[in-house]
Design a protein around this ligand. Structure first.
Ligand SMILES: [Zn+2]
Length: 318
């Protein structure tokens, strides 16, 4: 879970993470902790979408017309989408009255605008309306949000890391939606008694004195934050070899993965893993690790088959 979360922020192009697991396994805690690790980012202060001053390719229409850019800084936002949210709240809305009476359309930004260049978190994503999940995944895939109402259309940058958590006991996500999350991990309570004792000990220590507890882990958190930033900068330099590509494709073929989205995500994840580990290119180990994160929700499943996936085990047995 932690590795999948880290890779998804190192490379927002992976398509986000779906975390599946029983309740009480710290899924939400991990997501919120991830946001706290991330470094500050520069923004164009005048912009309601927090465009990146250094990357004009992704500027919104109004930033493109600016003659004088003011640069500010902010923490990368973690925007949480409540289950009961309306489409207008998520996508934003066009003020039609103004559009009709004054002939100009005013756009009221929604949560996708707030999430631009940050994280968008949906707890219990399996309980969200299907059409909302659809719009969400569309925007995540395109890095842009398109809003159309009564012949008026507005669009703005919406490049965010999508993170969904769910408890499968409360209902599954439609397979068509499942496949569009880049990575998928399954979390379970720990089985090792020593590890379980440590969970309890840390929780009690936290409840006893939250500040002191946070202080104890501050150094490690800062280091992880720096590593994430560095990996993001390094990512563009990582190259894929023909050999690694061939290995990835063979894994997908032998596991019976439908379509080509799986192959592509395995490769992108392997490149991101290499950047995270400080390697110049992904080797077989990175391809295998990437497959374990990118394929579990893309393998053809027989009815009643256990939802547990073991990529290595399946490969060895075939
Ligand atoms: Zn802008």
């Amino acid at each position: 879970m932690k590795l999948a979360l880290i890779l998804s922020v190192v490379n927002p192009g992976l398509g986000g993470v779906l975390i599946r697991g029983e309740k009480g396994t710290a899924k939400s805690t991990a997501v919120r902790a991830l946001a706290a690790l991330l470094s500050e980012q520069e923004i164009i202060s005048q912009c309601q979408f927090a465009c990146d001053p250094a990357n004009s390719d992704y500027w919104c229409e109004s930033c493109k017309t600016l003659t004088d850019i003011e640069v500010g800084r902010r923490r990368r936002p973690l925007v949480e989408l409540p289950i009961g949210a309306t489409e207008d709240r998520l996508l934003g809305s066009i003020n039609l009255e103004e559009a009709i009476t004054r002939g100009e359309s005013r756009f009221e930004p929604g949560l996708l605008a707030s999430a631009n260049r940050g994280l968008l978190y949906v707890d219990e994503v399996n309980l969200l309306d299907d059409h909302l999940v659809d719009s969400l995944l569309d925007a995540a895939a395109m890095g842009r949000n398109f809003v159309e109402r009564e012949g008026i259309s507005v669009s703005h940058p919406a490049r965010f890391t999508l993170i969904g958590t769910m408890n499968p006991e409360e209902g599954e996500l439609r397979p068509q939606l499942l496949d569009r999350f880049g990575l998928c991990v399954e979390v379970r309570g720990l089985e090792d008694p020593a590890a379980r004792r440590e969970v309890v000990r840390r929780r009690l220590e936290f409840e006893d004195n939250p500040e002191k507890f946070a202080e104890r882990f501050l150094g490690g958190e800062e280091e992880t934050g720096r590593k994430i930033e560095l990996a993001g900068l390094r990512l563009a330099e990582i190259k894929i070899t023909d050999q690694a590509l061939d290995y990835a494709v063979r894994i997908c073929l032998s596991l019976g993965v439908d379509g080509h989205r799986g192959d592509l995500t395995v490769i992108k994840s392997a490149l991101t893993l290499a950047a995270w580990k400080g390697l110049s290119e992904p080797g077989p180990e990175e391809i295998m690790e990437a497959a374990e994160l990118a394929l579990p929700h893309r393998m053809r499943r027989k009815p009643f088959q256990d939802v547990d996936f073991d990529v290595r085990g399946r490969l060895n047995s075939e």
